[in-house]
Design a protein around this ligand. Structure first.
Ligand SMILES: Nc1ncnc2c1ncn2[C@@H]1O[C@H](COP(=O)(O)OP(=O)(O)OP(=O)(O)O)[C@@H](O)[C@H]1O
Length: 609
């Protein structure tokens, strides 16, 4: 294989799960964004924040005091005058100060970590809650993986900033200033000589750090792709095996895995430069200190005590410098992450509530579509001037070829989208004027692919009405005929159903979702009937369960089974987003139109009639 072909193949393997917008790892510093980020610390501005600053302040004072005590008092007074008494006092004071420093440091680390964790927790909670309220079109445009990356990785990458960054930036800046002032006041000549290398050192270390940080960001982004790939592969394992695609799948995995290896190798290599570089700058400073400092002592322009204090302060000097460089880089990364987080937070639901929405406390269940036009993407029209009138308690079957607009009609009743033109009414209220939560309280949607959450069977049914008692859950299961199979499971209602309910059969999952819907006791039921062929016995059970479920409700069924369609009060036949005809089964069969043809072709009509 040529190199070009190999690269092309490699790209194919690594381009899956690639979200370009999530790859940007740094952005220029932006004050507005920073102020917005700082707001997340505000709730703690009267509790954790002052406590952290207090601890930092004590720590700084001790660190600045000790070298002065040692140089100016231990060396220049106690040692030079051989004053043992003073020496012992001084040692006790230094020990005491270090002990206070230990306590303050311990306290600081603890508080700063809690502060960071809390802020991250608040931000993640806000982001998730916000995303949950976004309209369907938001999720249509994005893959679950890319949303996941923002809620997990981007929020995580702010953690370091909130944990140490913001506190350290102030502490280090203050410390640096204090050390420079002290160095100059101890010996301006020596300070100048030693600090000449400062700008070069700061420049190189910041650049180096940024470079290293970027390489680690690259590692992080490939890791999240590895996760997405693994997640999808495991979910789709049965399909992979049934199509014997293990080899191809392994090649995809290896593509991402190999990339991960390479990026980690580069990151490690670059990281290996940093520690030695700081040590080397330290060494250069020390050489200047010894060479020039000794000269100053010998020619009598500096005392030994001052030299000792100077050496201590110089030793403390490099740490805040290198940390400030690190924080600066952290800030740039935080800019990119926070921009992506704020982009989600600024996203508003396209389906908006009016300022004074009508709260639907009790409804009858009438539904009207008045010349509804709808398009998902402003290009293709999914519904053309649809007018439908459903009376409370009626069952309406939507029938039509795939893509004809059946699910779209169902989506508009729940107001997951707003019509582009025309209006949908429930009990005479335009859906744009009613409160979303109160509307959806009266509607239950049973999808073809029933979603089972991890938890027990009991929890899954109770999802329909979280306040329901165990007895009510069991009663609902009995009415739809799910009770029998549930009690046969290992732990009955307490059986855990992980992994989207894979321990249950399609028919059982369907019955479970009926029980869930019945428990919710909605006035309007939207039901996407499963197309999966199930055995006649289950089919009959489901049919019986359906009859129970439909009693006293307005029902919109996306129907596939003739048995269901025949019982509907009204059958609406759709084609390319238009209503072709409507009526009950007998009327439509008599008409010998599209419905007749559809039934004939799909359901082996002659036998059924
Ligand atoms: N989220 C979406 N974004 C863009 N277009 C969509 C979306 N959902 C559906 N469509 C398009 O709208 C049209 C109607 O789709 P709809 O899902 O309502 O059909 P359907 O009759 O329910 O089909 P099926 O029986 O296969 O479920 C189709 O052309 C489809 O491609």
């Amino acid at each position: 294989m040529s190199q070009k072909e190999a690269q092309k193949k490699k790209n194919v393997y690594t381009n899956r799960f690639y979200y370009p917008q999530d790859e940007v790892i740094e952005k220029p510093f932006n004050w507005k964004q920073m102020t917005r980020l700082l707001k997340y610390i505000k709730p703690y501005s009267k509790t954790l924040l002052p406590a952290a600053f207090g601890a930092v302040f004590i720590n700084m004072i001790v660190r600045l005091l000790v070298p002065i005590l040692i140089g100016q008092y231990v060396v220049d007074r106690a040692i030079i005058n051989s004053d043992y008494r003073l020496l012992i006092y001084l040692i006790v004071i230094v020990v005491g100060l270090y002990f206070i420093n230990y306590l303050a440091n311990h306290f600081r680390i603890k508080i700063v970590n809690v502060l960071g964790q809390r802020t991250i927790h608040d931000l993640r909670k806000q982001l998730f809650t916000h995303v949950q309220y976004l309209s369907h079109d938001f999720f249509d445009k994005r893959s679950a993986g890319s949303i996941l990356v923002r809620i997990l990785n981007d929020v995580n990458s702010l953690q370091e900033l909130f944990t140490n960054g913001i506190i350290n930036i102030l502490m280090d800046a203050f410390m640096l200033l204090a050390i420079i002032i002290i160095l100059f006041s101890l010996s301006a000549q020596l300070a100048l000589a030693v600090l000449v290398i400062l700008p070069i050192m700061f420049y190189i270390s910041t650049k180096l750090r940024r470079d290293i940080r970027r390489t680690w960001q690259n590692v992080r982004s490939i890791r999240s792709r590895l996760n997405s790939h693994l997640n999808e592969s495991l979910q789709g394992m049965r399909i992979t095996q049934s199509f014997a695609q293990e080899e191809e799948n392994a090649a995809y995995f290896d593509g991402v895995n190999q990339e991960n290896f390479e990026r980690e190798r580069i990151a490690m290599k670059k990281s290996a430069y940093f520690g030695p570089f700081i040590e080397m700058s330290n060494a250069v400073g020390t050489v200047i200190l010894i060479a020039y400092g000794a000269t100053l002592i010998i020619n009598g322009s500096m005392g030994i005590g001052t030299f000792v204090s100077f050496a201590f302060f110089l030793g403390m000097f490099w740490e805040p410098i290198s940390r400030l460089g690190q924080i600066y880089n952290q800030l740039l990364v935080a800019m990119a992450s926070s921009e992506r987080i704020f982009e989600f937070l600024d996203e508003r639901p396209t389906v908006k509530e009016s300022d004074n929405p009508i709260v639907l406390t009790d409804i009858k269940g009438d539904i009207q579509f008045d010349k509804v036009q709808f398009s998902y993407d402003d290009e293709r029209i999914a519904l053309h001037e649809i007018s439908i009138d459903v009376k409370a308690g009626q069952t309406v079957a939507l029938v039509g070829h795939t893509g004809s607009g059946k699910s779209t009609i169902a989506n508009l009743i729940s107001r997951f989208y707003d019509p582009t033109d025309g209006a949908v009414y429930v009990d005479g209220h335009n859906l744009r004027d009613v409160s979303l939560a109160s509307l959806r309280e009266h509607i239950s949607v049973v999808l073809q692919d029933t979603f089972i959450f991890s938890g027990t069977i009991m929890d899954n049914i109770r999802f329909g009405r979280p306040g329901a008692s165990d007895e009510e859950v069991i009663e609902a299961a009995k009415v739809v005929g799910a009770h029998d199979f549930i009690v046969r499971l290992a732990n009955g209602y307490d059986t855990e159903v992980e992994e989207r309910g894979s321990i249950l059969s399609a028919g059982e999952r369907q019955l479970l979702s009926f029980a869930r819907a019945l428990l919710a006791d909605p006035k309007i039921l939207i039901l996407d009937e499963a197309t999966a062929s199930i055995d006649t016995e289950t089919e009959m059970k489901i049919q019986a369960a359906l009859r129970e479920l439909l009693k006293g409700r307005t029902s919109i069924m996306i129907a596939h089974r003739l048995s269901t369609i025949r019982e509907a009060d009204n059958i609406i036949v759709l084609e390319n987003g238009r209503i072709l005809e409507q009526g009950n089964h007998e009327q439509l069969v008599e008409k010998q139109g599209e419905y007749y043809k559809l039934v004939k072709s799909q359901f082996d009509m002659f036998e059924a009639l």
